[in-house]
Write a new protein. Structure first.
Length: 195
């Protein structure tokens, strides 16, 4: 009788321990998911032509995301952006431009007008997306990811002006924010691309 009681108690203890361990594992999984930072690869956006652009297609590449404008004092940066894109595009680097009209209405054009301007004035061949908002209540999802530490795991930031640059590593993670006035050809950027 004592033997049966011992076995029964042992079984109850074992099952209770297993249940607690499973509950802990479930809690851990949920908390790990909450802590896991997002990547750029989750986003699909439209390009200037209205076609779907899937960031997942850029896995394994270094990415520079930049908000652009056609009527800004920094607009000539298009020339440098295109130059580094041409030099490094076959070495695992891509630039993705997001026209935005958030600063002094310096990007008033339609997608078609922006596309024509970029090609005629700077020969832009890197991917250019549909015009978006990069700040405020109507900020697009990509820029929420880029500017919120809770999403990108690196830092909170604010887009200060046109041509702010966000650098994304080969795993789709934000690694650096570059000020608008820093040229795309700055050693800080070039060394990162080459590293």
């Amino acid at each position: 009788m004592k033997k049966i009681l011992f076995i029964a108690c042992s079984a109850v203890f074992f099952l209770s321990t297993q249940s607690q361990a499973q509950t802990s594992t479930n809690k851990l999984s949920k908390s790990d998911k909450a802590m896991a930072k997002e990547t750029i690869y989750q986003f699909k956006v439209e390009d200037l032509s209205g076609d779907t652009f899937d960031f997942a297609s850029l896995k394994g590449k270094k990415i520079m995301i930049v908000n652009t404008a056609s009527k800004c004092g920094l607009t000539p940066q298009y020339k440098d952006l295109e130059a580094i894109y041409k030099e490094y595009k076959d070495k695992g680097f891509v630039i993705v431009g997001f026209p935005a009209n958030n600063f002094a209405s310096q990007e008033p054009g339609t997608n078609k007008e922006i596309e024509t301007f970029c090609q005629q004035n700077y020969g832009v061949t890197f991917p250019m997306m549909n015009k978006v908002s990069v700040k405020g209540s109507d900020m697009c999802e990509v820029y929420k990811f880029l500017t919120q530490k809770s999403k990108n795991g690196l830092q909170d930031s604010e887009v200060e002006w046109n041509f702010q640059k966000y650098l994304i590593n080969e795993k789709g993670e934000l690694v650096k924010v570059i000020k608008p006035r820093t040229l795309p050809t700055d050693p800080e950027v070039i060394n990162w691309i080459k590293s």
